[in-house]
Ligand binder design. Structure first.
Ligand code: ADP
Ligand code: MG
Length: 318
């Protein structure tokens, strides 16, 4: 199938219809109506075969995942999703593959009411780049640099399941319950939006809880005291996984796409109220302090961080 037939069949006139899209797929560019008084929030993420996913990964999972990781960035800003574009590089025009890919993509687009308004389709090694557009009220985006000393540090959901799932996929164990946590992460859009006015800083956890929290703290010029025993561990981990390994996965495994955020003491009741309506758990794992560095403790004792999976800035471009 050629490029135009693929676009027509699988991407044009699919997914949610939004009144603020004046012109979607089909012209030289899309035209959207920006609500007066809104600020646009824009993010891009690329997935490349062999770097971000294994060759042979199910196309439906890739379609879902390339949008999910971008929605997670909007969630981390407290933004409402509006529109997205998709640049797809395909080794061939395989109809079945693109059909399944678009199903995964559109399933998530429907769920979060984000319209696919354009993109590009070219021949080359398998890769996909999604750009998402969202909105916030003026000045309301939740940035990484807003935390103050004494704020509580909280996370959504649980940590380590996606890394365990990726390990299972790599070892050829296709039956593990953790695999879906890697392939189909849930972007915490509603949770992120409900934290506007409550969270002082926020980040989504893609590279690992320790390293991503360190980024938030760096941006805020703070450190943290954290207790390992408070970490929310996933129910999906196989019974055979030892506790110390589960903790290591939770701290250093990536791809969970949960939110990590700080909340000033005077907003803790508001957090409790809003989080009582969430589909996922919220857990307090520590608090920010003025001294730099992340001090993890276990039963009150210093807990040395396992270095597996820890990527120093500059070592790796992902
Ligand atoms: P141009 O040559 O002007 O770049 P294209 O032939 O690349 O146009 O694309 C034609 C139309 O299809 C455009 O509206 C473009 O945004 C859209 N499009 C191309 N590829 C995709 C895709 N993978 N997903 C969504 N829209 C796409
Ligand atoms: Mg083009």
């Amino acid at each position: 199938m050629d490029e135009f037939a693929l676009i027509d069949r699988f991407f044009a006139n699919r997914g949610p219809v939004r009144a603020d899209v004046r012109l979607g797929i089909g012209d030289d560019a899309a035209v959207t109506r920006v609500e007066a008084g809104s600020e646009l929030v824009i993010a891009t993420d690329t997935l490349v075969e062999g770097t971000h996913f294994l060759p042979g990964t199910a196309p439906r999972a890739l379609g879902y995942r390339c949008l999910a990781v971008n929605l997670s960035d909007l969630a981390a800003m407290g933004a409402e999703p509006l529109w997205c574009t998709l640049a797809l590089t395909l080794p061939d025009g395989a109809e079945d593959w693109v059909g399944s890919f678009s199903e995964g993509f559109m399933e998530l687009a429907e769920r979060f009411d984000i319209a696919l308004i354009g993109g590009d389709t070219v021949r080359g090694p398998l890769a996909m780049t999604v750009t998402v557009h969202g909105r916030v009220d003026p000045g309301c985006a939740i940035c990484r640099d807003g935390a103050r000393a004494g704020d509580g540090i909280f996370v959504t959901g649980s940590f380590g399941a996606a890394a365990a799932g990726l390990a299972s996929l790599e070892s050829g164990d296709t039956g593990a319950r953790t695999i879906d946590r890697f392939l189909y992460p849930t972007p915490r859009i509603d949770e992120g939006r409900s934290l506007v006015g409550i969270a002082s800083a926020m980040i989504d956890v893609s590279d690992g809880l320790h390293v991503d929290l360190a980024r938030l703290l760096d941006a805020s010029g703070l450190g943290a005291k954290l207790a390992v025993e408070t970490l929310p561990l996933p129910a999906e981990l196989p019974a055979g996984v030892e506790h110390h390994r589960a903790v290591e996965l939770a701290l250093t495994g990536g791809d969970d796409y949960e939110l990590c955020f700080t909340v000033p003491e005077n907003c803790s009741e508001a957090l409790e109220r809003t989080a009582s309506g969430w589909d996922c758990a919220v857990t307090r794992i520590g608090e920010t302090v003025t001294e730099s560095g992340l001090a993890w403790t276990a039963a009150g004792e210093n807990f040395p961080l396992p270095d597996t999976g820890f990527r120093h800035f500059g070592e790796d471009v992902e």
